[in-house]
Design a protein. Sequence first.
Length: 149
Amino acid sequence: MLPYGVDPREMVGKCALVTGGTQGIGAAIVQRLSSAGATVVATARGPGPKTAAALFIPADLSTAAGINTVASEVKERLGGIDILASSVGGSSAPSGGFAVLADEAWQRALDLNLLAAVRLDRGLLPGMLESRIRSYRPHLVDPAASPVL
């Protein structure tokens, strides 16, 4: 139950993909979009607690193969999406700052926190823009976006 009112018809007919959709911010986004009537697809490495998503696609979005799996499934099952909310992210880096991090740790962080969103945009945005021509403006949401990039 959300602590504020939601129009259950607000997003009827819209399809959304939420990365990292089983926990934290991602789970909250899934709940909000579902409550507003959107058809929501959640993706994460593994299923989390019960989700409000209509469809769950397990995938490791830090890999190109994981991205390809999600993009293919979304296109095949839904024909595309109107909303992409990229909330996957995190870090497993040891403490000690940048000086102690090996290149592998940097690459893992970049693959998950930057390249996952870039690759999904590349795989799904063309279809989203095509649907815009039909009648709807696509939405990209990245709660962790940094103005530095």
